[in-house]
Ligand binder design. Sequence first.
Ligand SMILES: Nc1ncnc2c1ncn2[C@@H]1O[C@H](COP(=O)(O)OP(=O)(O)OP(=O)(O)O)[C@@H](O)[C@H]1O
Ligand SMILES: [Mg+2]
Length: 239
Amino acid sequence: MPSNSEIAPAIRLDKVELSLGAGAARVHILKGVSLTIGQGEAVGLIGPSGSGKSSLLMVLAGLERADSGTVTVAGQGLTGLDEDALARFRGRHVGIVFQAFHLIPTMTAIENVAVPLELAGRTDAFARAAAELTAVGLGARLDHYPAQLSGGEQQRVAVARALAPEPRILVADEPTGNLDEATGRQIMDLLFEAQARRGATLVIVTHDPTLAKRCDRTVRLRSGAIETEGAAALAGTPA
Ligand SMILES: Nc1ncnc2c1ncn2[C@@H]1O[C@H](COP(=O)(O)OP(=O)(O)OP(=O)(O)O)[C@@H](O)[C@H]1O
Ligand SMILES: [Mg+2]
């Protein structure tokens, strides 16, 4: 595995500051975060609750805009983009998986995967969605609604939806947080398989040490800043 400095970066953040909320509720969340992630790398984002892991993921996925600093993802500078341009950027380059699945309850599994593809202008949206759902083991569940699926199955739909546009960047925020251990491991396997097979860059927020250890590298946040980077961020993990 080449070191981070030898491969072109997929993600580069430089001195990123982020505040969210209005008025007295405004919170300074990210405080000068600089981070480079190589193409095809799997990085685990760890750190205590409230340290800014989800916020950092939102910034690098183009869901939140940094107040200052620069964010470059898949060769695209995100700092100056408006909402529409950011949405187009996400649709093309980023697959996102959340802890709470975030499926649309009134759409079947195949519609949840195909409709975003259709909106992005893909003419083969339903065929592609069927193929992705089959690849995650849900070929027999295409016409089921989220409420008719188990938590693990719903998360597989979310993974298929994230992978369907063949994004170069995959981000996941505690993707196994709502699942039992065995089901969580299956979801992890799908994400790491996508990283390996498609050469995607994977950034996973996790509290699970087993999941963090499967990453090439971990980045530990504390109070909105990077505390440690590298395998050493996890005590007891061989370098
Ligand atoms: N929209 C918002 N408005 C104001 N403050 C926010 C907002 N979103 C997050 N915060 C604050 O920013 C800090 C970091 O939150 P964040 O969700 O990034 O933490 P986290 O590391 O993901 O925590 P957890 O492990 O509990 O998910 C917290 O103090 C949180 O209260
Ligand atoms: Mg979080």
